[in-house]
Design a protein around this ligand. Sequence first.
Ligand code: 5GP
Ligand code: ZN
Length: 116
Amino acid sequence: MVHNENCIFCKIIAGEIPSAKVYENEHVLAFLDISQVTEGHTLVIPKNHEENVYELSEESAKHVFQAVPKIANAIKEKFNPIGMNLLQNNGEAAGQTVFHYHVHLLPRYGKDDGFG
Ligand code: 5GP
Ligand code: ZN
């Protein structure tokens, strides 16, 4: 596993920074976003440090998206949203602020839920 010591998400994986874990396996970690755009807003990341979609290995892509349906269902059961957006930013111009690949799972609760 590539660990980048300057990366905040690598520090979360290593347990150096605490996080509210939603799901974890050998290859993938999911945890609540520190800034909850909507309740249950979750990030899914590969444990291998890869910056964004351009660097993402096929292995990591497989591991992340194999886990996404279970994580989405766990969020659905816990928070009872009526919809869910999957979002993913690549590059500063696209709104990426943490340069370790991640997928946002954004539960939706209706048009006044705080997102869009
Ligand atoms: P991006 O803008 O790169 O797509 O998303 C990065 C996300 O990481 C943001 O939604 C931000 O709130 C979240 N984030 C940044 N630092 C931390 C942290 O230390 N802990 C957690 N749980 N989330 C973080
Ligand atoms: Zn990293």
